[in-house]
Design a protein around this ligand. Sequence first.
Ligand SMILES: Cc1cc2nc3c(=O)[nH]c(=O)nc-3n(C[C@H](O)[C@H](O)[C@H](O)COP(=O)(O)OP(=O)(O)OC[C@H]3O[C@@H](n4cnc5c(N)ncnc54)[C@H](O)[C@@H]3O)c2cc1C
Length: 524
Amino acid sequence: MAIEFSLQSAAFIGISALISLIGWMNYRGLEYVIKNYRWVFVCLFLLPMSVVYDFFMYFRNWIVFKMNSAPKQHDKKVKDVQDQVKKWDSDGCRRQMCTARPGWMTISFRQGLYKKSSRKIKVNLVDILEIDSINQTVRVEPLVSMGQISAFLNPLGWTLPVLPELDDLTVGGLIMGVGIETSSHKHGLFQHCCVGYELVMADGSVVKCSATENKELFYSVPWSYGTLGFLVSAELKIIPAKTFVRMEYTPVYSQEDMVDTFERETMKKQNNQFVEGLVYSKNTAVIMTGNLTDEADFDKINPIGYFWKPWFFKHVEGFLKKGPDVEYIPIRHYYHRHTRSIFWELQDIIPFGNHPIFRYLFGWSVPPKISLLKLTQGETTKRMYEKYQIIQDMLVPMASLQEALNVFHEEIKMYPLWLCPFKLYNNPGMVHPKGDQDEMYVDIGAYGSPKAINFDAIPTTRRLEAYVTKVNGFQMLYADTYLTREEFRKMFDHSLYDKMRRKLSNCERAFPEVYDKINRKVRT
Ligand SMILES: Cc1cc2nc3c(=O)[nH]c(=O)nc-3n(C[C@H](O)[C@H](O)[C@H](O)COP(=O)(O)OP(=O)(O)OC[C@H]3O[C@@H](n4cnc5c(N)ncnc54)[C@H](O)[C@@H]3O)c2cc1C
């Protein structure tokens, strides 16, 4: 009798709580609940799912690697891609082609609608093929990720000259899209560190290209978003790695000092291997310079990548109070320093994620996979992100940095901002300086919820795009772009690209133009 009574009471309490919760959600509105309490879903479901997913993918990749995907299988796998393309041709080329990788698996926060309507070609090429230490190159397949490559190269004493941050970024995405890192002021973008590409073309042939062989194709592949052919391998430059990065943190307290210091460390001090700025307000920033070294002051070693360590951008902010300092960071910890907090995106999703209690208890389970975040976001979450968030990387000439910072302040008043300098080589292709010389540019990364009262996603982004075009800059295309086709063609030089699309057999039938893959209207 007593048990029956307590079961009834428990059921009553449970049902009442559920009704109150639904009533409260109704009263507050779904938008409010998602905006303020998404962390409940993320912590209870996504973090455990991410751990299981990581474990599963690690195990799966290991099996693929060991059993049927050893590097010697490369030619067979390329032949399989060729066969699929030839079959598309013999079937009458009815739908245009794209890679079969699901849109939710990519790092970009958007998914292309073309994935639903196109013929999907499986390009499951996940292996590191060979390393040539004499010529200092490594040959890899396109789905090799940055986490995989640093784990492979660093213990052998090598690294990529430009190794973009997030573990899950892939070689294919960084070549067909764009890749950048804090060493880019010395080495250029990811594409500038590539020696050659191997592609399966729209007629099913395999073509190799480099700066000396099929030169025009080589220069038109970067930023082409898979609209010229399927990348099946790439040869990348490698350079010697060392154990630590010696980091110097320089806090600055005025905008003039910020721009001067950043410019000086990038352009005048040629010996800095890494330069990065985190801007915390209109007048405060910490400028970081790094150099590879094998020696370190023992008490200054800081393995920032351990899960219980503070998020990197929070750690760096501390130097605004503490003053300038030096640290020695283990090399892989340095490369993936923004991974755990997805730069600072995670603070909007798990607001207490940097609290020591959370870090020590659950830090090992973050970050949630971006792919799972995308896969599990409903229409309301998507709409809210669009309304309240901005994720953009705008590339502007270094000479416009101060003006650009003021424009960003005016339009979004949102901090931190990421500053990453890069040398833009005067090579042919979609993205090059307007003049006839190499030019120093800077990537201004804005990720989060703008504080400007007049922020309105579309008009604000349109104004930022117009400003960037005016100063001969570029927008990274993983982000939302509202450029019209004409504006897009003004920002990106299509002369070589158009020529190649006309020249390459079957290309225009096989693939859409870049604009038709990346503009906001064709992405959800
Ligand atoms: C939160 C966040 C953080 C980021 N941080 C950085 C950063 O630190 N540094 C940086 O450089 N970038 C960064 N990016 C942007 C990133 O560079 C782009 O998203 C990039 O395109 C890589 O993404 P991916 O590997 O997921 O490629 P995908 O999005 O999968 O691919 C990009 C394009 O390339 C095409 N493609 C890919 N593989 C092939 C192939 N084998 N053949 C033909 N076409 C192919 C795809 O069809 C697609 O059009 C960030 C983006 C986000 C959202």
